[in-house]
Design a protein around this ligand. Structure first.
Ligand code: GLN
Length: 244
């Protein structure tokens, strides 16, 4: 009897371990200059999107590893097969949907205009000969380019950087007059840097996780995991952790 129990226990252990060993690992691309969704802390990529991906992985039985890539290169990396998923506060847009497939939305945002604290500047920085900074390839970049620069409303320079962290540094150093970026991220920057929000542009954006076009198996798994995370307390926990 004792022997049988030992055999059974050993078997359970072996099966258990092989299940762990067999768990698929997905490489998740992000651009870690977008707090609180993704940022670097003590050399590690952390944030809302990382916790969300880990929670989905726990629900669906896969592991995740993160790769920090310039925002503008995330979709090309997905297309090239260097990453499996994009989790980067990426807005679901028609243009992006031509190349990738998005999950259901997990967060919404608008655009905000931030200026240096006590600069006395207001929303009028978006008109005339002012310099505005944006992160390359973002919806903020697109909005400033199409709605302001192309129409001749903004006649100063658009300074594009790989991360909003660099845009905000340029703002604090007095090299640009404003930065246009997603509202939750603008709010976080206004708490940690000497910058303030002077206006909101209601764009009604929705964030989705992205996979390569046609990767239905992974897309379905992510949507199923997202649904489970939403239904459990986990989503509320993650929101609480990053937006308090
Ligand atoms: N939501 C914006 C976009 O998709 C910005 C995302 C980001 O900078 N990480 O373009």
């Amino acid at each position: 009897m004792k022997k049988l129990l030992t055999i059974l226990l050993t078997l359970t252990l072996v099966i258990g371990l092989s299940a762990v060993g067999l768990a698929e690992t997905y490489t998740v691309g992000t651009s870690a200059g977008f707090p609180p969704f993704e940022y670097v802390e003590d050399g590690e990529i952390v944030g809302f999107d990382m916790d969300l991906m880990k929670a989905i992985g726990e629900e669906m039985g896969f592991e995740v590893e993160f790769k920090d890539i310039a925002f503008d290169s995330l979709i090309p990396a997905l297309k090239a097969g260097n990453i499996d998923v994009v989790a980067a506060g990426m807005t679901i847009t028609e243009q992006r949907e031509e190349n990738v497939d998005f999950t259901n939305s997990y967060y919404s945002a608008d655009q905000s205009i931030i200026v240096k604290e006590e600069s006395g500047k207001d929303i009028s920085v978006l008109y005339g000969d002012n310099d505005v900074s944006v992160q390359t390839g973002t919806t903020g970049d697109l909005w400033v380019t199409e709605k302001l620069a192309d129409k001749g409303i903004l006649t100063g320079d658009i300074k594009r950087y790989d991360t909003f962290v660099l845009c905000v540094s340029d703002l604090v150093n007095g090299n640009v007059d404003a930065v246009v970026l997603d509202s939750p991220v603008a709010e976080r920057f206004s708490e940690i840097r000497p910058v303030e929000i002077v206006g909101i542009i209601v764009t009604g954006e929705n964030y989705g996780l992205a996979v390569d076009e046609g990767n239905t198996e992974l897309l379905d798994m992510l949507n199923e995991g997202l649904r489970k995370v939403n239904e459990s307390d986990k989503m509320a926990e993650i929101i609480d952790k990053y937006f308090k």
